[in-house]
Write a protein that binds this ligand. Structure first.
Ligand code: C5P
Length: 222
């Protein structure tokens, strides 16, 4: 099985972009687990499944086909139940509309169990020497035995500034409010605000992109 580097953290901590760049430098694959939760929220919307109903979401999970590429461009594709077309959802799952809906499905315990098993299967089947896997509960639930475990954080102010730079037309205040609301919902389900025992804390508040990547690589090299 591939060597695992587990990275957790809240939105805007730099987790996604830093994980991707660090993986590339190490010639590892990268698995963004949030993409699956986002794609599932999108699939609920497309098929009029109530995201608050765990049985309905589990039934959708039985029949959808989800694929994500672990190298190069992070392409995310979903084939809906009974469908034949693989929809490329890479862009649509990043919209604020989807971001605001994801916690409605990520709160379901059995949905999490199913997705976690899917993540372990994707990694095992990757055929890669190493995979960086990032999310909220990777260091604690998905891969608690990973040889490298990192919690990446940054102050809410810094995180909102970074996200506002990515989202055209959204004010800093709106982005900060959205981030705080999402953190509050997510943190009620999994703890990603404080490091579990044995997990290395990397606070990127005062780091630039390059320094953040280096901090990850230094942790892997230790
Ligand atoms: O990391 P990202 O912001 O893309 O995650 C989107 C949402 O997916 C989070 O707000 C959270 O509700 C959910 N998520 C999760 N567990 C993970 C990854 C993401 O609950 N491991």
């Amino acid at each position: 099985d591939p060597i695992l580097v587990a990275i957790d953290g809240p939105a805007g901590s730099g987790k996604s972009s830093v994980s991707r760049a660090a993986a590339e430098q190490m010639d590892f694959g990268i698995l963004d687990t949030g993409a699956a939760y986002r794609a599932l929220a999108w699939a609920c919307r497309e098929t009029a499944v109530d995201p608050d109903s765990e049985p309905a979401v589990l039934a959708l999970l039985d029949e959808w086909i989800y694929t994500i590429s672990l190298r190069g461009e992070q392409r995310v594709q979903v084939t809906l139940p009974g469908g034949t077309e693989a929809h490329d959802v890479s862009a649509v799952i990043r919209t604020p509309e989807i971001s605001a809906q994801v916690s409605r499905i990520s709160k379901h315990p059995d949905v999490r169990v199913r997705l976690n098993n899917m993540f372990r299967e994707i990694v095992a089947a990757s055929g890669l020497p190493g995979v960086v896997i990032e999310g909220r509960d990777i260091t604690t639930v998905v891969a608690p035995d990973a040889p490298v475990r990192i919690l990446m954080t940054a102050s809410p102010e810094v995180r909102a500034t970074r996200r506002a730079g990515e989202l055209v037309g959204e004010s800093h205040e709106q982005v900060l409010a959205d981030i705080m609301a999402r953190d509050a919902k997510d943190a009620a389900v999994v703890n990603f605000l404080t490091p579990a025992p044995g997990v290395t804390l990397i606070d990127t508040s005062d780091m630039n992109f390059g320094q953040s990547i280096q901090a990850v690589i230094d942790t892997v090299d230790e």
